[in-house]
Design a binder for this molecule. Structure first.
Ligand code: CAA
Length: 240
């Protein structure tokens, strides 16, 4: 039977590449998005992948949306918690709103996405939880106290879920992308970005597809004993 995969933030950036890759691998893929209706419609028209709009920071919206997805596309076997935002500022300038927006979306949003899906995975004795963290959750980053806190938090989430899910056939793993050529990274001022690329031994930004291929592996039956791990995909920029 075809497995169903949910990718949050799955119509743009790294999430788009993940949705396309899982679709190409034969999964039934469903993608969520937060705001860009035009992009989501174009993505669905091109790929045939259904998109649903809800705010991952809102638990009720997530639970309702997930129930609708499962009614329409079947139980979710694979969840990729990818949706995330940045609100970068040096700490002395960071506002409580910038802190809260990032925590609500990137950290609480991961809880809100996985929590409604988890009981069904436990019942069916199969699940793949994949959380897209970041190199900056591993090493910290100037102007990203909020973002780094959430991405480090992701690692705590998967290490704990891995222990809870292992006996129920569920794995939980994180991927820590380095700097990938997406709108999020392109929003970094050019000079700063050039300096960052200068620190990457590979000498280039990563491609979204390089993250998507790791997700496809973690989603597969081959990865059943990979559980609680963190896969770094960063062109040798940082080693844990
Ligand atoms: N390391 C050290 N110093 C840095 C720095 C860095 N990485 N980035 C900026 N600075 C310095 C600047 O040179 C400047 O120094 P001076 O005052 O001596 O000139 C100072 O910090 C910044 O001062 P400003 O008050 O002008 O800063 P600002 O309020 O305008 O904020 C900024 C600018 C938001 C920090 C901007 O520089 C920026 O966006 N930096 C990039 C942060 C970053 O890497 N974010 C990652 C985004 S991509 C992502 O998050 C995806 C992922 O998972 C990898």
């Amino acid at each position: 039977m075809t497995r169903t995969a949910l990718v949050t933030g799955g119509s743009r950036g790294i999430g788009e590449a993940i949705s396309r890759k899982l679709n190409a691998e034969g999964y039934t893929v469903v993608a969520t998005y937060a705001g860009n209706d035009e992009k989501a419609a174009a993505f669905t028209a091109e790929t045939g992948i259904k998109t649903y709009k809800w705010n991952v920071a809102d638990y009720e919206a997530s639970a309702t949306g997930i129930a609708q997805v499962e009614a329409e596309s079947g139980p979710i076997d694979i969840v990729v918690a990818n949706a995330g935002i940045t609100r970068d500022a040096p700490f002395h300038k960071m506002t409580p709103e910038q802190w809260k927006d990032v925590i609500d979306t990137n950290l609480t949003g991961v809880f809100n996405t996985i929590h409604p899906i988890w009981p069904g995975m436990r019942e069916r004795k199969f699940g793949r939880v994949i959380v897209i963290s970041s190199i900056n959750g591993q090493k910290g980053q100037f102007a990203q106290v909020n973002y780094a806190a959430t991405k480090a938090g992701d690692l705590g989430i998967v290490k704990s879920l891995a222990q809870e899910g292992a006996r129920a056939g569920i794995t939980a793993n994180a991927i820590c992308p380095g700097y990938i050529a997406t709108e999020m990274v392109m929003a970094v001022p050019e000079k700063v970005r050039e300096a960052i690329v200068g620190q990457i031994p590979a000498g280039r930004l990563g491609e979204p597809e390089e993250i998507a291929r790791c997700v496809a592996f973690l989603a597969s039956d081959d990865a059943g004993y990979v559980n609680g791990s963190t896969i770094s995909v960063n062109g040798a920029q940082f080693f844990v």
